[in-house]
Design a protein around this ligand. Structure first.
Ligand SMILES: [Zn+2]
Length: 347
């Protein structure tokens, strides 16, 4: 590529990795769209400052991923712009979360601690993606929001319903979307599987000193919530979150993962395997098994209360109100005139 061409294709984001001009063009169009929103601009600025690379990859199963160790975002090149706006927002939110100083260690943390904290950052990243796409929809571009709704209606619909009821500025939309994430047991199982994979990798590479302390540390969910669950600098979760994460439901893993975790400890000197897996896992980690996701209630996104109010629709609504007020004023005036005429006639 000539210097001139390089100049012409100079990426607007410092750490873009791309193969050719068409990949760059797609990445730029995604960044452009994100930059039309306040949160999108912040996510891009933070990821750039953190040194997070963004790369297009073919042949990956997910739409996107963020590696907290290499600070690398990968985007699936078989998706188009509308799908990637939500995805890049989600992955850049992960970058921002780790930039803020999350404490995560698949080896040292207890399974309950790691799994709960992991769900918090996942739900929060989905909330952030919804916020960006929703703001674009209010500006008249509903493409990214509709793409997101195709896979995450159980998150997007609660957000939209709260927003049109006037709960966008007070964080109610974010909160509803956050809890919506937990209604998808397939996803929850997928991240618990991911935890088991991360644990195995960490265990294989660990020193004796580290493996002696395996699964003993608790990072309070409050710490993670206070760090990441924010919109416009304000928290969107309240005290209800503490009860939510203390609930029995949030101390369950799927049957398969339950047995994987038990398999790591059953021969430990402090464990009496004769007590049985259920008793041991409850005593050690407060964990219970839940059925395979196929037997759990299917995620049901709530019905939409109405369309996203766009700038245009709000202007039209305001114009109609003005017209109605004018019409009713005119009516009263006509009535007054008629009354006057009648008054003069009867006088
Ligand atoms: Zn994620």
């Amino acid at each position: 590529m000539s210097e001139e061409l390089k100049q012409a294709f100079a990426p607007s984001y410092k750490h873009l990795i791309y193969k050719d001009a068409s990949e760059l063009k797609l990445l730029e169009s995604v960044l452009d769209e994100m930059r039309k929103t306040k949160l999108g601009r912040q996510l891009i600025a933070d990821a750039e400052a953190y040194g997070t690379t963004v790369e297009m990859t073919s042949g990956m199963r997910a739409i996107g991923s963020f590696d907290e160790f290499t600070k690398k975002i990968r985007l699936n090149s078989s998706y188009g712009k509308d799908g990637l706006v939500g995805t890049l927002s989600h992955e850049m939110r992960h970058s921002q979360q780790f930039q803020k100083g999350l404490r995560f260690d698949a080896l040292l943390d207890t399974p309950t601690s790691y799994i709960q904290n992991q769900t918090i950052i996942e739900a929060d990243a989905s909330v952030a993606a919804t916020e960006v796409c929703y703001e674009l929809a209010t500006q008249g571009n509903s493409g990214p929001l509709e793409e997101l709704r195709k896979k995450d209606a159980h998150i997007v619909n609660p957000f939209q319903n709260e927003a049109i009821q006037g709960n966008l500025a007070n964080g109610g939309a974010h909160k509803a979307a956050f809890y919506g994430w937990y209604t998808d047991y397939f996803m929850r199982d997928a991240y618990e599987t991911n935890y088991c994979k991360m644990y195995r990798q960490r265990y294989q590479d660990s020193t004796h000193e580290e493996s002696d302390k395996k699964m003993t540390r608790t990072v309070p969910v409050r710490e993670t919530i206070d760090l990441v669950c924010q919109y416009g600098g304000k928290p969107y979760l309240g005290k209800e979150a503490d009860d939510f994460f203390a609930s029995e439901e949030m101390h369950t893993v799927s049957y398969e993962r339950f047995n994987m975790i038990y398999g790591r400890i059953w021969s430990d000197p402090d464990v009496d395997y004769k007590e049985g897996a259920d008793a041991v896992m409850m005593k050690k980690f407060g964990l219970k098994q839940r059925p395979h996701y196929g037997y759990m209630p299917a995620k049901k996104p709530p019905e939409l209360l109405g369309p996203v109010p766009t700038v245009e629709s709000r202007q039209a609504e305001a114009a109609q109100k003005i017209a109605e007020t004018k019409a009713s004023k005119a009516e009263t005036q006509t009535a007054k005139v008629v009354n006057k005429i009648l008054e003069t006639k009867t006088r």
